[in-house]
Design a protein around this ligand. Sequence first.
Ligand code: PMV
Length: 330
Amino acid sequence: MKQFNNSVSVSAPGKLMLFGEHAVVYGRPCLVTAVGQRMKATVELTDEPIFQLNAPDVQVINYLKPMRKLGIGDIPKGARFIEIAVKNFTHARPGLVKLKGVKVTTQSEFSSLFGFGSSSASTVCVIKALSELTNADLNNKAIFNLAYKTVLDIQGKGSGFDVAAAIYGGTLYFVIGGKVIEPLNIDSLPLLIGYSGIKADTVSLIDEVSKKAKKYPEVIENIYDNIGKLVEQAKIAILSKNWQTLGELMNTNQKLLENLGVSAEKLNNMISAARKAGAYGTKLSGAGGGDCIIALHSVQGKLAIKKAIEAAGGQIIDAKTNVEGVRIES
Ligand code: PMV
């Protein structure tokens, strides 16, 4: 018989979109990999009917709210995902133990500015922890459903690829809402990650693209279709470690993102510097406007590409890809 603990620590990885951003919001598949910088959350069940949160990475210090008021009134930006995750878990009532009070402390190995999906990763950590503490034993798909609902409650839009990466880890072929979550059996991806120093605003970029789609529906649908086709080919290239082809596909995906209007000068500069330095391929990763680029490199080419990205003003983020998903730490 499993013991009921009242505290648990959980971690989940960040993510990087490899292929298919934006088009994934409109039903085409994407490829995402989990990155080896993790979000950690310690969750404690308490006897007082209070929700408490400390998330120093996003400037939330000793935030308190009565449990019955979860989701009601003003919520500081850095507390939104965790508060709504606790609310959604409470309402779903999956566990054997009733939640009286919940205390959450988060700590991230990565900056929330990188676009690694800190909000989704912390949402996943909290739901996994509550599942463990209440003996709900939610499986990955049930955790996905609650975490994705939380993201939609707050953002109103999004495919859920970041939630899937935080839960399943590895590298996934993914379709919106978790209609398909297919882990790809690979061991590593030779990727360099370059941070642009600019924070991307995912929701407003989705809105901009959707405005364009209303104005030029056929043109934009056609771009989504082409991105979807690239994703299918990229899946085959990844599985067969055909880096040359994968690189070409990355460059083509980048062109299509430029046509959607989501790239940015800084990203373009970093991308062309990495290409000139010999990358197989390179593209922005995520919504665009800022955040990171990814560059596929050979073993010999790595250093030169790294230096080229830095010379173009990018910051290299040293993180593995294809890492383990959510896990209990202690
Ligand atoms: O900005 P990011 O890294 O969270 O990526 C957004 C990717 C989109 O396809 C634009 C949105 C989504 O939820 O899939």
